[in-house]
Structures are given as structure tokens and as C-alpha cells.
Design a protein around this ligand. Structure first.
Ligand SMILES: Nc1ncnc2c1ncn2[C@@H]1O[C@H](COP(=O)(O)OP(=O)(O)OP(=O)(O)O)[C@@H](O)[C@H]1O
Ligand SMILES: O=P(O)(O)OC[C@H]1O[C@](O)(CO)[C@@H](O)[C@@H]1O
Ligand SMILES: [Mg+2]
Length: 372
């Protein structure tokens, strides 16, 4: 969709979903690119909560972002305006007098809230959930540009999202460190990494960190096959192994490991699969086993150079898109350039690991077991 451009825009930015290294770099690029055009820039606190729950923000749910606000934030993890992965405005959990909880659409309140603040256009940074919300707001007449973010790399329509490279780099370093202790103690070390529905982090870090088995959501595993891999290493005089497990991995006959089931306005919380795999491998191989859960460590820290640059490029490209009069599109990496894809296209399907991809073939050629 292309809209007439206003010469001086008042824009807002929000960050939604789980945080990812690079969010602050996007914010800085958006703010500086906007200010350098003579525009004004505001930040909505904690996803859309700054508009939906203004009473929770005595110092303002929508705050001005200035050159000073974004000074020095490029290398910082987190997001200076906050984020949330609870309370999707499309399906907002609401308690009824009889105690039941229903989900209701609160996007009209966001449309009105943006109008009250005189916001001409919104830049929404987030994963699939945030892009779905952005797409709904576009249909309601809000001028929106999406910026893709997720450490899980499961967002379609872009070759890469920022945060993923940082998460993989950290996981690889952790796996490297576990090799030496695994070998010294002749143990099996199981490393659980994030990746709810897609195994990108487990696969890329597992291959780079030379793990011996990698279990991903895309391939339900047979624990006996993983145990056989560990035993064959033993037979070759290597009585230790490193196994990487994505939190969304599941056995062939079984389901994912849940910490908490899905609730209104909130996805299910996964966790515990590393523990389960370790227990079963110890029983099947007789080898002492330990588990390390990397969890939220993967979302923290300073973004890698790749992620910083990508985040800065995405932020600046989002502002250029507004200047060009675009709306309803997501900035996407299409090397060597960035392009704009319709939000509907970006949210149509989840990007999971293709089983015939080059990285999968590489892993198999290297002898890594997927438990299949
Ligand atoms: N701007 C927002 N305001 C409120 N809630 C949001 C916002 N953006 C996203 N959410 C909520 O967070 C959930 C996850 O968001 P999203 O898919 O954008 O992030 P993600 O990077 O994929 O991370 P996650 O693992 O949390 O899904 C959404 O389904 C929605 O419930
Ligand atoms: O613990 P939280 O913040 O709800 O988020 C956990 C989820 O976030 C993600 O890291 C995506 O950011 C998923 O892999 C994970 O399941
Ligand atoms: Mg998501």
C-alpha cells in the first residue's frame, strides 16, 4: 500500500515479543533517521501497554525519544522502551465477573490512542505475533512499517532477523566450553537451547560447536538412536558426547515438555526436555550425564556486529519506507540489500528448518545424529 507522504511526520516505535539483542540499535536508527528529517519520534512502552494501560505509566505510556535518549544504546541488550510477550491486543485476556477469562480484540483502542497522541505512523518491531498485530492495525487504517526481530529465526519473508546471530554465537561458545569438561570427566553433556517451534539455534550452534547429536522440533527423535550414537563413539575410544536439544524437541511417540500450558493471551511455556533427554540417555548408556539450560542467556548481551548492523539497517530502512509513503510492509533482508514485503506475506507461515537444507546435509555428512 502506498500513501501520500507528509513532509513532517510524528512517528512512534514499539517493541513486542521476547527481547532480542539489536532492539536498541533499531530504536537508535529509527530515532536518528527521523530526527534528521525534521520528524518527531515517540516510544510506546512495553509493546502496546503504554497505550492500553496508561495508568500503569505515571511518567507516560508514550514517551518522546530524543538524541539524548538513544545516546550510546547501540551495543545494549534489551530495549529501552520495554517489551511484552503477554497480552496480545488481538486476543487480550479479560476476566469476566463469573471468573472465566475470555480473549478480546483491543486494537481499536490502539488506533484511538495513536490518534490522541497525534501519531502519523507506527514502526512495530517484533516477531510473528507482532507482525500479525501490525497487519491488523494496517487494515484499520494505521500507517505501519514492521521490523522483523526474533532470536528463533522463525520469521518468514526475511533471510535473517537480528538477535539470531548473537544467540547462535553465545550457544556455540557454551558448547565449545562443554566439550572439554565432557571429555575430562567422560560424561554426556546435554545443552538445552531456546527454539519453541523451530530448531535454527540448536542446528546452527550444534554444527558450529561440533555437537554429536542435535534434537530439533522439526525431527521427532528416537532416544535409542541418540544412545546408539553415544555408544558408537565410546566403541571408537571417545567416551564422552555433547548433545544439543531445542526446547521444542519431542520424542517420536510423545509430546513437547511444558512448564506451563497455553493460557489466554499467552503462548505455552516450554522447558524440561533437556532434563528428560539427559535422564533417558544416562539410563540407556550408563554414562554420567549433566544438563545445561542456556534459556534466557541467549536473549541477553551485546549484539554481534552482524546483528548490530542488520538492526541499524532495518531501523533506517523503516524510516525510508515511511518517507517513500509505504505502509503495511515489513523490512526484510534480501542480500545484498533490504526490501519490503507485505505484512500478510511475512506472517503467512513459520520458517522452520528445511530438512534438505545445506546446513542439515552438512550436519549429516559430519556424522551428527538427529535421533532419526
Ligand atoms: N506490541 C505488542 N504488545 C503487546 N503484546 C505483544 C506485542 N507484540 C507481541 N505481543 C505478544 O507477544 C507474543 C510474541 O510476540 P512475537 O511473536 O512478536 O515475538 P517473538 O519474537 O516471536 O517472541 P516469542 O517467543 O515471545 O513469540 C505475541 O503473540 C503477542 O501475544
Ligand atoms: O520466557 P519468555 O520470555 O516467555 O520467552 C520464551 C520464549 O521466547 C523465545 O526465546 C523467543 O524469543 C522462545 O524461544 C521461547 O520459548
Ligand atoms: Mg513469536
Amino acid at each position: 500500500m502506498t500513501i501520500d507522504t507528509a513532509s513532517r511526520l510524528r512517528i512512534a516505535i514499539c517493541t513486542g515479543g521476547g527481547d532480542a539483542p539489536g532492539l536498541n540499535a533499531v530504536i537508535r536508527a529509527v530515532v536518528l533517521s527521523a530526527l534528521n528529517r525534521g520528524w518527531e519520534c515517540y516510544g510506546i512502552r512495553d509493546g502496546f501497554n503504554g497505550i492500553l494501560s496508561p495508568k500503569s505509566y505515571p511518567r507516560g505510556g508514550v514517551i518522546p525519544l530524543t538524541r539524548d535518549t538513544v545516546h550510546g544504546i547501540t551495543p545494549l541488550g534489551g530495549t529501552i522502551i520495554g517489551t511484552t510477550n503477554r497480552g496480545n491486543p488481538l486476543r487480550y485476556p479479560t476476566l469476566l465477573p463469573d471468573g472465566t477469562v475470555i480473549e478480546r480484540d483491543r486494537t481499536d483502542e490502539i488506533v484511538n490512542g495513536l490518534a490522541v497522541y497525534g501519531i502519523d505512523a507506527l514502526i512495530s518491531v517484533g516477531g510473528d505475533g507482532s507482525m500479525e498485530i501490525a497487519s491488523a492495525l494496517t487494515r484499520k487504517g494505521v500507517r505501519v512499517i514492521g521490523v522483523p526481530k526474533t532470536i528463533d529465526n522463525d520469521l518468514d519473508g526475511t533471510v535473517a532477523t537480528f538477535g539470531f546471530d548473537t544467540a547462535v554465537a553465545f550457544a556455540t561458545e557454551a558448547i565449545d566450553r562443554l566439550h572439554t569438561t565432557a571429555e575430562a570427566h567422560q560424561r554426556v553433556m546435554v545443552v538445552e537451547v531456546m527454539g519453541r517451534y523451530a530448531g535454527w539455534i540448536a542446528l546452527n550452534a550444534g554444527v558450529s560447536g561440533t555437537a554429536h547429536a542435535v534434537l530439533i522440533p522439526e525431527i521427532p527423535y528416537d532416544i535409542h538412536k541418540v544412545a546408539a550414537k553415544i555408544k558408537s563413539r565410546e566403541a571408537e575410544g571417545r567416551p564422552y558426547s555433547v548433545v544439543v536439544v531445542a526446547e521444542g524437541a519431542r520424542p517420536i511417540e510423545g509430546s513437547v515438555s511444558l512448564i506451563a500450558p497455553k493460557e489466554a493471551g499467552r503462548a505455552e511455556r516450554l522447558g524440561g526436555i533437556g532434563e528428560r533427554v539427559a535422564r533417558e540417555l544416562e539410563a540407556l548408556t550408563g554414562r554420567e550425564t549433566r544438563v545445561v539450560v542456556l534459556g534466557h542467556l541467549l536473549r541477553g548481551g551485546t549484539p554481534t556486529t552482524f546483528d548490530r548492523l542488520l538492526a541499524l539497517r532495518f531501523g533506517a530502512a523503516a524510516v525510508r519506507a515511511l518517507e517513500e509513503g509505504q505502509s503495511g510492509v515489513m523490512v526484510a533482508l534480501d542480500p545484498p540489500t533490504v526490501r519490503y514485503v507485505p505484512l500478510e506475506e511475512a506472517t503467512r507461515r513459520m520458517k522452520t528448518v528445511p530438512l534438505d537444507s545445506d546446513t542439515m546435509l552438512t550436519a549429516r555428512d559430519l556424522g551428527i545424529s538427529f535421533g532419526d
